[in-house]
Write a protein that binds this ligand. Structure first.
Ligand code: ARG
Length: 464
């Protein structure tokens, strides 16, 4: 590779070709082009305001950077790998085009504070973008929950039918998880929104840079307090990746349930043809590949978090070139999680619920056993004793090959004298769900209020 002696007078030899290819990062960090240009414009304007650049120099720099920005957006900007990274590509092209003024842009700046600034700007945008995709998926789940308010199904623990509940309550559990995912992304956004610009390479600069001004121009809340920290740490990216890894883990759980629910064994949903694939050998197959790939991406996204943490571990303070390795995992995780959110929203909106199958799942598996115990408690029996009685009744039903409503009153009374006819209506799932009428429980009115509240909360979010 043709290398420039970009590092100036100290060097007499060009960079070794293999070393050059090894160090080059432009294929990855070119995605920072737009934010790099923004940061440079803010820096140039500030340099002029403090008297380091003349106005005509500033104007030439800003116009040149704006042109580069437009080319980056259009995909026509030419990146030269010999120029190592995005920062040097932008600056060298600018100087080629506008002459000496371009060479003044880097006054009081290092690529160390420059790249840290770029990554914060980029990560801020990513937080906002992923958070809005999280909201879109949550809204899709809310919409389906609203349509399915009257669809009953068991709630599960240990993947065993546990208690009578409703589908909408189940779907809203994911909405809650996504709500926290979104919150983590906004927490991350709030904490990362400080400006490293003006920290220089590590120990600031002798120029009287107006850091408040560049911070404000770039939408940061304030300049970072410590130049060593500002250039040498990437915990904001670790936070972003952690938030994404948790989000993706939630998506994986949803995907897993979609896979399970679309089996013959469950039969709770049918995914749209558009979101499933066939088999090249077995003509009857309709495979939930989209959900499987969402689940499968999780290893990769969690891996991205681990990759960054291990990169940071053991780094002495100040910028180290290892930090260049922050970009592949961050760009990858943001891209993968975004795609998963986007595709899951479509799957959720298009899938069909097999209401009958869900309702029938309530008739087997003794999901009303808790009702029997609660019934006795209402008659004054201590809960532990009531629990034991209900357990014995389940055993009797298994022995008699029936369910709890199939037991005669005599059998109930053999196990406890407090039973009367009133036990039978208590066992009906419709009634059992309705009686779960406390905060956070699945009685219809509670769930309806929860859906309305979630839709309201998500659609009226402040977008900052
Ligand atoms: N490409 C580098 C990165 O991503 C930019 C900073 C380079 N700084 C340096 N001192 N070599 O981290």
């Amino acid at each position: 590779m043709a290398t420039e002696k970009a590092w100036g007078g100290r060097f007499t030899e060009d960079l070794d070709e293999v070393a050059g290819r090894f160090l080059v990062s432009v294929e990855v960090d070119k995605h920072l082009g737009a934010v790099d240009v923004r940061g440079s414009i803010a820096h140039a304007e500030m340099l002029c305001a403090i008297g380091v650049l003349r106005e005509d120099e500033r104007d030439a720099i800003v116009a040149g950077l704006q042109k580069i920005g437009a080319e980056l957006a259009a995909g026509t900007f030419h990146f030269d790998p010999a120029r190592e990274d995005v920062h040097m590509n932008v600056e060298a092209t600018l100087t080629e085009r506008i002459g000496p003024a371009g060479a003044r842009l880097h006054t009081g700046r290092s690529r160390n504070d420059q790249v840290a600034t770029d990554m914060r700007l980029w990560a801020r945008g990513a937080c906002e973008q992923v958070a809005s995709l999280v909201d879109a998926l949550a809204l899709a789940l809310c919409r389906r929950a609203d349509e399915e308010l009257d669809t009953l199904m068991p709630a599960y623990t240990h993947l065993q039918r546990a208690q009578p509940s409703r589908l909408s309550h189940h779907l809203l559990a994911y909405v809650e998880m996504l709500d926290r995912d979104r919150g983590r992304l906004w927490d991350c956004r709030a904490r990362l929104n400080e400006s490293p610009l003006g920290s220089g390479a590590v120990a600031g600069t002798t120029f009287a840079l107006d850091r408040e001004r560049t911070a404000k121009a770039l939408g940061f809340d304030r300049p970072m307090r410590n130049s060593i920290d500002a250039t040498g740490d990437r915990d904001f990216l670790a936070e972003l990746l952690a938030a994404l890894a948790i989000t993706q883990t939630h998506l994986s759980r949803l995907a897993e349930e979609l896979v399970l629910w679309s089996t013959q064994e469950y039969g709770f949903i049918e995914m749209a043809d558009a979101h499933t694939t066939g088999s090249s050998m077995m003509p009857q197959k309709k495979n939930p590949d989209v959900a499987e790939v969402v689940r499968g991406k999780t290893g990769r996204v969690v891996g991205d978090l681990v990759a960054l943490l291990v990169t940071l571990k053991g780094l002495p303070l100040g910028y180290n070139r290892d930090l260049q390795e922050d970009k592949p995992p961050v760009f990858d995780a943001v891209h993968q999680v975004s795609m998963c959110l986007e595709v899951l929203e479509r799957v959720v909106l298009a899938m069909r619920f097999q209401r009958e199958k869900m309702r029938r799942a309530l008739d087997a598996g003794f999901v009303n056993a808790t009702e029997v115990a609660d019934y006795l408690v209402e008659k004054g029996v201590p809960f532990r004793e009531a629990h034991a009685v209900a357990g014995r009744l389940v055993a009797r039903a298994i022995e008699l090959r029936t369910d709890l409503p199939g037991l005669s009153l005599d059998v109930f009374r053999e196990e406890h004298p407090a039973f009367d006819d009133g036990i039978y209506p208590v066992l009906e799932p419709e009634r059992a769900v309705e009686r779960r009428n406390i905060v956070g429980a699945p009685a219809r009115a509670r769930v309806k209020a929860a859906v309305d509240d979630a839709i309201d909360r998500i659609s009226n979010r402040k977008k900052t």
